[in-house]
Design a protein around this ligand. Structure first.
Ligand code: CUA
Length: 173
């Protein structure tokens, strides 16, 4: 089959780009451990408030000193409504919803995920000191536009450790 020279150049060009894109995706997934922030961990949406992970919402520090924020979304609020976090410190957010899909967006940061009933969404990020607005960015009902909360980030040495994380909260059902 006769393929025109320019057509052949474009074919190889496109094939090369596809290989590059897939390689980049595979590198991110395998070498850098990137994965979607959802569908990692499941939860019964009808008993979130009794679940050991989310019974007490807010900030906890685990045995390794890693900071975690546990947040529940429901029409039309985030629990807790305010978080105080240390600056320049990785914080792992764990989020779930008890009714419908919400979207947790820490405005003007890279912290954002869908929050779905039945799943625990998770991401890790860090902040400069300051105040941040958290908006819901998935339409969830009539009060959607009012579903907001606040994150206050204070310099690390002014931050109070809110107590230690209960040991293996996943097993103590
Ligand atoms: Cu919650 Cu929109």
């Amino acid at each position: 089959m006769k393929v025109d020279l320019y057509e052949r150049i474009w074919m190889f060009g496109v094939a090369g780009m596809l290989v590059l894109f897939f390689a980049s995706l595979a590198n991110g997934a395998v070498n850098e451990g990137r994965h979607p922030p959802s569908h990692v961990e499941t939860i019964d949406p009808s008993s979130v408030m009794k679940d050991p992970r989310f019974r007490v919402q807010g900030v906890r520090v685990d045995a390794e000193g890693q900071v975690h924020a546990w947040v529940v979304g429901l029409m039309f609020t985030w629990l807790p409504a305010e978080l105080t976090l240390p600056a320049d410190t990785p914080v792992t957010f764990h989020l779930t919803a008890i009714d419908v899909i919400h979207g947790y967006q820490i405005v003007r940061t890279n912290g954002q995920t869908m929050v779905m009933p039945g799943y625990v969404s998770q991401f890790t990020t860090q902040f400069d000191a300051g105040e941040y607005l958290v908006a819901c960015n998935e339409y969830c009902g009539l009060g959607h536009h009012n579903m907001a909360s606040k994150i206050t980030v204070v310099p690390r040495d002014q931050w109070q450790v809110p107590g230690t994380e209960p040991e293996t909260p996943h097993d103590s059902h």
